[in-house]
Design a protein around this ligand. Structure first.
Ligand code: MG
Length: 261
């Protein structure tokens, strides 16, 4: 009996692999790769360069603000125990990423982004209060404009903060704006004026119907951070528009001709 169930499960996985018929975009997570060119630190200018070189659809990066209001590109809210928002930018000048690069400012990162070849998946990190979040959104828009990147074909926004997503919705009409926290259904997200979702794949394992529900609302659907072969196949088959991954070359191999450029 047990054996029969297992075989049925394998057959279901095989059917999934064969049935993905739509185009799926690939986004490098934090610009990070787990491929052989080691030394590419996440959120580094080098990793963005690599995404551009390989012609990935998108490359994600994360933005924080320092206490002297400099926008910087980094994943974690603290660096070596120092919370970014409580320290001046100059306090981080000696800090080095894994690849030896210093932590980029948003301006430095966008200087590379402007060279093109990949959509910038711009994650605005939650901040200490609404005022800081609002400031961060406004300064980000200013920076994108200064780099000729304030264009829905060049940038999409993602955030765990509802406040940030709502401000982006108000100030950036026409841009893809995805909510990351899987506490709302697509209907609830769209009711707040936010036009997309970017959920961890456990959300779609639990609620595969959310993908169709989102598409009925003309919302875009991204999934993070999918690195294993069987999960990549399953998410592609469920109909997501974009897969965020540390393994872009594996996703490319699995999608075959179904990669959206
Ligand atoms: Mg991120």
């Amino acid at each position: 009996m047990h054996k029969i169930i297992r075989l049925a499960a394998i057959a279901a996985i095989a059917a999934v692999a064969a049935s993905c018929s739509h185009k799926v975009a690939i986004t490098a997570h934090r610009g990070y790769w787990n491929c052989e060119e080691a030394g590419f630190a996440e959120n580094s200018i080098k990793s963005l360069e690599l995404a551009q070189k390989y012609g990935l659809w998108g490359s994600e990066f994360d933005v924080h603000i320092t206490s002297d209001l400099v926008l910087v590109v980094h994943h974690d809210a603290a660096i070596q125990g120092k919370k970014i928002w409580t320290h001046n930018y100059s306090d981080f000048k000696d800090y080095r990423l894994k690849n030896g690069e210093k932590m980029p400012t948003l301006d430095e990162y966008l200087t590379q982004g402007e060279k093109g070849g990949t959509v910038l998946v711009f994650e605005l990190k939650s901040q200490i209060d609404k005022a800081h979040e609002d400031y961060m959104v406004d300064k980000s828009i200013e920076a994108l404009k200064a780099h000729n990147l304030f264009d829905p074909k060049k940038v999409i926004f993602i955030s765990f903060s509802r406040n940030i997503c709502e401000r982006v919705a108000a100030l950036c009409p026409g841009f893809t704006n995805q909510y990351l926290e899987k506490d709302l259904t697509p209907d609830e997200v769209i009711a707040k004026g936010i036009n997309g979702i970017d959920y961890h794949y456990s959300a779609f394992n639990e609620h595969p119907e959310w993908i169709e529900q989102a598409h009925k609302n003309k919302m875009s659907v991204n999934v993070w951070t999918v690195n294993k072969r069987e999960d990549i196949k399953k998410m592609a088959d469920l109909g997501v528009d974009c897969i965020t991954t540390n393994e872009p070359l594996l996703v490319r191999e699995i999608l075959g001709g179904k990669e959206k450029k």
